[in-house]
Each structure stands twice: as C-alpha cells, then as structure tokens.
Design a protein around this ligand. Sequence first.
Ligand SMILES: Nc1ncnc2c1ncn2[C@@H]1O[C@H](COP(=O)(O)OP(=O)(O)OP(=O)(O)O)[C@@H](O)[C@H]1O
Length: 740
Amino acid sequence: MSTDNTPERSGEPVNATEPSTLPIHQAQPEMVRVGPVYDAELVDGDTPPTTRRAVRMRLVSWWQRSPRVPRALKSRRYAVQAAKDSVVALLRCPLRYLGAVVRGVVVAVRVWRRWVRVHDYRTAAEESAKLADKFGDIRALSLFRWKVTGVVAAMTMLAVWVADLIYDAPALWITGMAASAALAITGRRKDGSPGRKAVLAGPRSLTWTMDPQVLVDAFRDAKLIGKDETLRLVERASRAGDGWAITVDLPATRKAADVVKNREALASALAVDEVQLIVERVRGSGGHAGRVALWVADEDPYAKESPPTPLLRAEAWDVWRPVPFGRDPRGRRVDLPLVWTSVLIGSLPRHGKTMAARLAAAGLILDPYARLYVADFKGGKDWKACEQCAHRFFSGDDTEHVLTFRAWLESLVVDVQARYARMQRLDDEICPESKITPAISRDSIVDMPVTAVIIDEAHIPLEDKTTIEVNGKKAKLGDYIGDLLTWLVRKGPAAGIVVIMATQRPDSNTIPSRLRAVLGSRFALRVMDWRDSNIILGEQMNTRGYDASTLLASHKGVGILRPDGETSQGSGDVLAATLRTYYMSNQDWQAICERGRALREQAGTLSGHAAGQDTTLVLDHAAVVNAIGTTTTEPDQAGIIEELPEPLASVVAYLGDELDDEDGRVFVPTAELIDALSVEPTLFGRQMGELGCRSKRERVPTEDGSVRQVRGFYTADIRAAVRAVHAGEITVSDGTDDED
Ligand SMILES: Nc1ncnc2c1ncn2[C@@H]1O[C@H](COP(=O)(O)OP(=O)(O)OP(=O)(O)O)[C@@H](O)[C@H]1O
C-alpha cells in the first residue's frame, strides 16, 4: 500500500488550469495533519506464514535440542523412564540412608580412634626413629584425649537427658535425626572416599544397573577410559527383553569401536560371560563415534531353544525381501538379504552350516519364481526334500558329481552372458540399470529368474585334484571350479545369480582368496582359530572384536554374520552381529519344500530336475574359458602362506592384501601384531629376527594427533623375508629348541 501527502489527499482543492510551475511568492497552504505515511506496494500472492507459527516451531526446536532442558521434559518415553527412575529412587531411599549412616558411624569411629591414639604424631615419631623419646608425650596426650572424650560423652548424655526431661520424647527424636543426618553426610558415597570400599566386593553383575558408578569403574578396569575420565549417561539402565540396556557417551576422543573390540575385557569387568554382553556403536542421527549401547542378558541367551523359522507360517515368500535368518541375543530378528549378493557359511563340522544354508534356501524355495541349483556334496538326506522343486539337483561327492557341477557352472556362465546381452536390448524403463529388477525376474518371456546356486560342503569340488583339459592346457578340476565360481560370484549378482556356499573347511587352502574377496555376505559359526574366522569374515575382523573361534561348542547354530549391506538388526548399520539361526526341523523343511513345489506348479514355473527334465548340458567350453579368462595357473596367496614358517605365516595372513600393496601400509607396530596374533613378545621378536625381519623404531602418528616412536616391522622387510623363504635363502628351525 502506498500513500503520500498530495493536496487531494490532504483535502486541498486543485485548480486544473494552474500552471505547472508555482509562483515564487505564493502563500504556503496551511499545514494539515495527516495519518501515518506508509511506503509499500500492493502485491498479489499467498499470505506469508504467520510469524506466530514460526516462533513456536523455533521454540520447539530449541526445546528439543537444548542441553539445559532435562531429557525427561522432551519426550514421553523419557518422561515415563524418569518417573520410573524416581519411584525406584524413592523406594531405595530408606535403604541408602541406612547404608550411609552405617558408613558414617564407621568413618567417625575410625577418625576418633586415630585422634585418641595420636596416630599422626606417633607415625611421625616412628618415621624419625624417635618413638622411644616421644613415648611419654604421646601417652600423656592420648590420656588427655581419652579424658576429653569421656567428658564430651558425659556432657552429651547429660544434655540429652535434660532435654528429654524438659521437652519429652521430641527432643530425643530431633537429636537422633540430627545425629543420623550428620553421620549420613559423613558416610555418603563420593569419589575417592577413603576406606569405603569393601576388600572383598560382592557380586558385581547387575549392581551397575542401580549405580552407574559401577559401570564407570568397569570401563576404567577394562582400560576403555582413563582414571580421570568418566562416562556420560545417555539413557539410564532399563529393562529390554531378558536383560538390561544402557546407552553411554565415552569421553571425547575415545572410540565406540574400541569398546566393541574389547568386549571381553568389559564383560570381565562387569562379571558376566561375554555371550551375555552386546556392545554396539550407536550410528545415524542419534549416535556418534563415541556413543555405545550396551545390553547385558540376565543369563546365557543361547541356553534356551532357538525358535522355529517364521517362514513356516508364510504361504509364500518374495525372494527380494531379506530372508528371516535368526535372532540376536536380545531376541531381535536378523534378516539376510539374498539378491545382489552371495553368501559364504563356514564352521567346524556339526555346528549348523547346513541349517543356516537351508534357512537361506527356504526363502528361495517359497518364491515360485526363483530357480534353484542344489549341489549337495554332503550326500546325506539334509537336502533331499528340495529335490522336488530344484531346477538342478544332485547329492554325492564323487568326481562324476564334481564334473556335473562344473557343467552347471559353465552353463550358468553362458546364461549370465546371455542375460547381460538381453538386458542391453531391454527398454530403459523396464531395465534402468544393468541389473535385474523384481519385475524382470518374474517375467517368463525375458527369462531371467533369480537363480540360486547352493553348494553344501563346497570344499569338495574346490579341492578336487582330477586333471582336466581347459582350453588345451592341463589344469586341476578344483582350480577350474574356483575360477568359474569366482567369475559367477563377481558377475552373477547383478544378473540375478545368488551363490550360497557352505564349507566345513574354511582354511586358506580350500577357498581361494580371489573367490573369498568377492563373496559379499559371510556367516561364521564356530571355527578352530582366529585365522579361519578371518578367512570367513574378512581380514583383521578378529582385531575388531569379531572372532568365531571364541564361540562356545555347545552353542549350535550361533555364529557371526557379516552382511553385505544393511540388515534389519538392532541399531541398523552394523559391521557384524552375533546371532543364532532359527531352528528348522526336517519335517518343517519338508513342509516348506512341498509348499515350494505346489507354488511352482500353480505359477507354472516347475522346471528342470523337479519337472523330470534333467538334460545333459552341451556347451562350448572354449567360449566359457574365454569368458572367465581362467587364472588357474596363478599362484594363490593361500598356497604361499602355507609354505611359510610361523610366525611369518601368521603375520602374512594377518596383513593379507595390505602386504601385497606396495603403495599401502609401510610400517606395522610390533604391539599391534602381538595383540592381533596373541603371541609372546620376546619369542615373537626373536623368531622374526631369525627370519630376517628385525624390528625397527619408527615415528607414527597417534590418535591424539601427536607423533610417537614405536617399534615395528617395515612391510618391505616382511615381503623380503617371504621372498627369501621361498627362494630357500632362509632355513628355519622348528622352534622346539627355542624353549631351552
Ligand atoms: N539354530 C540351531 N538351534 C539348535 N540346534 C541347531 C541349530 N543349528 C544347528 N543345530 C543343530 O546342530 C547340529 C548340526 O547341524 P548341521 O547339520 O546344520 O551342521 P553342519 O555344520 O552342517 O554339520 P556337517 O559339518 O556335518 O555338515 C544338528 O543337530 C542341528 O540340529
């Protein structure tokens, strides 16, 4: 809106014939008072948001984010928790008060005793070897203090008696309460109070839920925080499932990843078995690198039976949805994504590999559009039931089975290439990237169903020593299968191929490192040692706190899952998680397979072996070899490691690919190796020295940004030692005479 002080507006008449220039001496019109003058213009448009709403939103945002506003006033959940805490605190008040009074009495008596015995004077005299000279003085002073004590006690009693006579019972009550309050203040718990800790502490487990100081002490004992550092409570201890959960913030610069790594030390400090303790870094918007969520189970979470798989209740399953796989110790469901990845399952015999592989397979079986290749090298009846819905199936471990398996893999290589060629021709709307989509996988005309290759006891084909001819060259059948699998696992997922391998021999000789490197999801049940665990889960996972050799033999089906991408577990984006697979009895498995067949019959997707159409595969082997670019003649790191003496072999296994990368790591501190390999430092240094690897001093940056000099090994020296051993330049003692 615009207004100005023109004559019309001010009520003055305007003469139309008046010249445009005014006469110089023209009388000024009388000044007229007008209203306020605004300078603005009229615009069309929506009404701007009311400022009141914006102010309110800013206030709410400030309220939610302000550290000064107590958490209990920010959300209903915290308010309920705060109310519960207050009730508990109120109920515990009388007991805490009594405890403080008792401690106060003990402290007061101790102080009085030291005073009456002239303790400090006596100690000073003892230290200066003058006790005999001062004995008379000390005795006289002590006697005097006893008399003072007697007089004060008598006068106090007299005063109380007189007060009782004059004021009756209230006087006694008031005196008693004042005295108890004084004692309670003296005996209150505070940091550094001398003489307040019992020499033999009672059971520590669960006291931390009542007293966060116990938790702080546990973190200090486990050396996760320093002596002068403390924790900040983010969420108080509360019941969660069959245990207690608490979230804390570590002091600045301390990392949650280190707490995860040292879970065992923390479990010891909290006096619980490590299977009962879950430590997770809280990630995402509610978390940061120093925020840790702890959960402590009341008892061994794996002592009870594992629940049956939820797939039993499912009529059908969509394989694009992660398959229910197991439950973590807190009882939270963990799902395993299958499409666009591949899975390696490894463990010692009889620990639940087949169960885990069958759980993953169950999801595929219940999707009528998924195609199954089941290679059961175990030869038992574990997989028999799925024969009725598998496109290809065999059970046995003879060379003839391995050759059949080779033919499957070759046909799949050809199929994957054909799928990529067909995807190129598909419309951008149907196939936006070079990847199959749910719609493509269910389209019978495009013919690219999700195809799972399930291999139980995968070490059998990979270790087959039969000599075959590959493109005119002699090669071992096992090595060639390794190449085919590596190619399929690398190129297949985007074209809908899912490889699920289970092996009871997850050692470095069996699974070539080139194959391991491309297997996306890993599940390690109990294994023999940390090396085998790292072979399944990935290099250096033991130093990050994930070691499947520490799992208990009695815990069947319990393993560490390192998923490819996200799982629906706990706080979401976790590196790995310990879980127990669901239980699926043979009857349940059979029921699922029968349902899978019925679903395929309904959808008209029953094919291959299940439909009685097992055909001999006729293939152009040369084309396959050209496609995969065979590497069977390349030496594998596994073989290289096998020939090395200890502890060099362990060092090489620990460093893995980092050692091969000449532009990568230059120096490895000795402390890191000793910690990772759990070796005795002196013997380790001597043995490495004998192998031509002497530790040297090097300046390395520390976590706080400073530089420190530490002892360690140059990776170039380690590589040189490996070469020297292979060249036979170093002969190695077997180490037995080291003990002398
Ligand atoms: N989640 C589980 N809960 C309870 N028991 C389980 C679980 N998983 C496996 N088991 C039990 O562990 C035993 C071994 O299981 P499974 O046959 O799957 O092991 P495996 O590692 O495949 O054995 P192998 O090495 O002989 O092939 C079986 O008796 C099975 O019932």
